[in-house]
Design a protein around this ligand. Structure first.
Ligand SMILES: *Cc1c(COP(=O)(O)O)cnc(C)c1O
Length: 283
């Protein structure tokens, strides 16, 4: 049995769990990982893996990795942390006790919106890890030399990009938070974010990704995104160029993502230029 965060059911990982692994006999429970009581209650005798995604996409919820590891240890389960939004620069799940860390190289590691890939890292060798390697090799999830080259080229500048993108995201989160046309901002760097204290403990900065709700309905928030000139409308995040996405319309019907929510990936442009662009689009 697998425990995983609730909105995961809308992501590619969630679709694989629901449409492939559950029909094969895997049991899975989708729960709110930020609520440790729920994690406790969700663990069953046959739970083998707890999948944590922190910060989460797109609501930037923060889960206490060390606390989940503690619960998993008592149950004899492994913890896999999807740390894509944080990157290894801002958060190190293996040092907090997680058994596995997952990163999409598609996002900040590649960093230039030109590679698709991912890495899975284990804290130590084990029979299960050998099995994962076997499945990767024989299942064909093997990147080409060019994709590896793109990823390693990106990693060279990762610490410097993360530092700047996190600094800029914090400025933009404060700007949006004070804007009369904005209903709510989701960014762990804001003191009122429910995961702020925890993020300050388990991360070295709050990252370059944030979401916000525009006052009004879905079509109004989509118009705001369409009026932006410097920030491009596109899915994905983590590149040098700022991107914005109307999240609910790319998720499945019945998504819990608010209809007026825009997700913003802050790139390396000057923060004042981004603020000017957002201000003209909102007003
Ligand atoms: C994008 C993303 C992935 C998957 O990355 P792709 O390479 O786009 O398939 C996994 N986890 C999180 C948290 C992501 O944001």
């Amino acid at each position: 049995m697998l425990l995983t965060k609730e909105p995961t059911s809308n992501t590619p990982i969630g679709k694989l769990i629901r449409e492939v692994f559950i029909p094969w006999g895997l049991e899975a429970a989708f729960i709110d990982m930020t609520d440790l009581d729920q994690v406790h209650k969700g663990v069953q005798a046959n739970t083998r893996l707890i999948l944590v995604e922190t910060p989460s996409n797109p609501l930037l919820k923060i889960t206490d990795i060390a606390a989940v590891v503690e619960i998993a240890r008592q149950a004899g389960a492994w913890v896999l942390c999807d740390s894509t939004v944080a990157t290894p620069i801002l958060q190190q799940p293996l040092n907090l006790g997680a058994d596995l860390a997952l990163h999409a190289t598609t996002k900040y590691l590649g960093g230039h919106s030109d590679v698709l890939g991912g890495v899975l890292v284990a804290r130590q060798e084990s029979l299960l890890w050998e099995r994962v390697r076997f499945l990767q090799r024989n299942g064909g999830a093997v990147p080409s030399p060019f994709e590896c080259w793109l990823a390693t080229r990106g990693i060279d500048t990762l610490p410097y990009r993360m530092r700047t993108q996190a600094e800029n995201a914090l400025k933009i989160a404060h700007f949006l938070n004070g804007h009369p046309q904005v209903e709510k901002v989701y960014y762990p760097g804001l003191p009122e974010h429910p995961g702020h204290q925890l993020a300050a403990r388990q991360m070295t900065a709050f990252g370059g990704l944030l979401s916000f709700q525009v006052k009004g309905d879905q079509s109004h928030s989509m118009q705001v995104a369409a009026r932006l000139r410097l920030i491009t409308r596109a899915t994905s995040f983590g590149g040098t160029h700022s991107l914005i996405e109307h999240r609910a319309s790319i998720e499945e019907p019945g998504t819990t993502t608010p209809e007026n929510l825009l997700r913003l990936s802050i790139g390396l442009e000057h923060p004042d230029d981004l603020i000017t662009d957002l201000d003209q689009a909102l007003t």
